[in-house]
Each structure stands twice: as structure tokens, then as C-alpha cells.
Design a binder for this molecule. Sequence first.
Ligand SMILES: [Zn+2]
Length: 403
Amino acid sequence: MTEGQIANIDLVKQVNAAAVYRIIDQQGPVSRIQIADICQLAPASITKITRQMLEHGLIREEALLESTGGRRAIALVAEQQRFQFISCRLGRKSVHIGLYNLAAKELARIEQPLTEREREPVIASLKSALECFIASHKKQINQLIGLAVTLPGLVNPESGEVLYMPSLSLAGSPLASELETHFKLPTFIGNDTRSLALAEHFFGASRDCQDSILVSVHNGTGAGIISKGKVLLGQNRNVGEIGHIQVERFGRRCQCGNFGCLETIVSNPAILERTRELLTRGHVSLLDPAALDIESLCSAANRGDPLACEVIRQTGEYLGQTIAIMVNLFNPQKVLLAGEIVAAQKVLIPAIQRCVEHQSLPSFHAGLPIEPAAFQSQATMGGVALIKRALLEGDLLQRMMEM
Ligand SMILES: [Zn+2]
């Protein structure tokens, strides 16, 4: 056999193992016969694959309470408690780290400030934060199987390289492989918004659909597009940079160099700046300019403060224009919104809805839910989705079977 043929056989094994694991994880308890039926593999292959998974503790057997033929059947379920992993979100000013088990249950979390800006010190500080976290949670760790890092920048998920990261000089650094070598753990890296869209699909508000869009408004504005249950990619890179769609031709200069991008109007700093401007003009409002933040703005809007309502409504209209474009392009089954601004949803969402109704095809927006995402303050959920995907698609699964 040639090297290519051997590589192909390995790939087929990995694909088959992943297919079997997916069925057990998502449909278990399930019997070997049922698995063979669903994935159209020979019963002997199922026996072999499940034996390996049992040996590695990835799945376990359970007696089914009832069986059709009178015999007690043995069913298989995925083992979720004995394996743990670390999910980390590297932000501009802080690092969130969470310890999870395979059921996506958070076992511990910390947030640590990040003061460094340059590449080497940032990576050193990330490594030491992770080391401390792992050391101080030893008791909760049975077997660590991986590490996931999400960040508000662009990454190449294949090479694990950071291509762009606002505020930190990480561009060009092979972050995933550096962490993988250091911690000797399979390491996965992703853009935070796209990973969160996947987390909503696996565990959150878009579990019931295959096509959804998550729009996130924080320091910047971005989106994650889930198409047929997968994050939509272009040339191996994530797409969904809606923050840089021009919405005002003569608008403010954006950090990307262009003018009037959506995030120069719809992002937390831009929203606050506009509110401050209106307050300086002397408009009457419940808001205290000295203690202005997104939380107080939303709570004033919820109490009917006209100035706060106007700011939120305008935000919704600009966001709605862009969401309408996405609805026309992708025809999603659900649109989810993430960000502090969602606290004013009763003013924000109707404004978005009006735009979507006027600017997208009627058959695309009829009955389209536009609602808050499930994970609003759990920054590390994105990384949980990266680990889950690596398991279901076979990459991490294969490595666990070799551990
Ligand atoms: Zn821009």
C-alpha cells in the first residue's frame, strides 16, 4: 500500500468513529444495532469501534429498561463527567478561564486582568494564568483532554495562527501550537463571536435550527453564521465581519481605516459617545452623564426615558439594516443578539424587526424569531463549542483514543 492509501484508511477510520460517537452522544442511550442502522456500517465495525471507545472510557454501557424482543438490550451513552477541558477567552483587557466537563457544565471560572500589549508578554501572561488555574483546580480535574482559546480577532483555525487582534500585537503568532507544545494538550482556537454562534447551536438558543445568525455588539460588532449546523467559512477563514459594512458614507473614521462602518455607530463605545453628545446638548433625561454606561442607558430606556429610548431605537435601526441584508443573503431560521445592549430588548428588538420587515423578502422574514442569545455573560462558552466540534468531527476524538 502507498502512503496515500494508508492515510486514506486512517481518515475513513476517523470519520467512521466520529459518526458512531455523534450518534451515541446525541441519540444515546442507543444500542449497537440501532447505531449500525443509522450510520449504515457493518455490525462488526460498530462492535470494533465501540470496543475501542469503551476501552478509552469515552462511552459506557447501560442496560435498557425495556426491549422489544423480551431480551434485555445493552445501550451505549457518552461519558461526560470523567473528562475535563479548559476554555479561555482572551480579551483586550482581561482573560476569562473556565473549567468544563464534556456535558458543557462549568466547574470553575476566573477572570484575570491583562495589562500587557506586546506579543511575548501577552503569551507569557496567558500561559502563567492557565498554569495557575490548572494547579489550583487539580481536585476537580480527572483527565484534561484539551484547551480552547477564543478571541475577538481573526484566526486561521487550521494553522492555529492569529491573523488580527485588536489592541494586542498578536498578529502572525502561532498561538495554538505554542500553547499545545507548552501544555501538551490538543489546542483549538477560534474567533469569539463565531464560536459563540456555534455554542448557541450546540447548547443554547439555536439548538432547534440548522441555519442561524448570532449578532454580537460589544467593543465592536460582529456576526457568526451557522449554515447546516456548521460555522460558515470563506477560504478557511471565518466570515461575518458585519461591523465593517458601511452604513454612513460620510460617517466617522473606523479603526479599519474606512468611514461610517456599522461599528462606528453600533458598538458600546459609539453608543455611549452618542448618548453623551445628546446629553451635552442639554436634552432632559434620567441619565447621569458622570455615571453613564450601557447598563444605565438600557435601564433608562426600559423606564421610558425619551433620550435613552431614542438612542436604543437608532441603534436598532442601524443594526436592523445590516441584519436585513443578512436575512436576504442567508435566509436563517433564527437571529440571536448578544451584548449588554440586549438588556433594552423591548425597545431594541422592535426597532430591528421593523427594519427587517421593510428591507428583506417577506417569505424570509415571516415568523423569523429575533431574540436574545442564551449565553450573554459566559465568555468561555465559545471555546466549549470548539471542543465539542472537535469531538463530534473526530479530530479530538481520535487523539483521545490515542491518549
Ligand atoms: Zn471598519
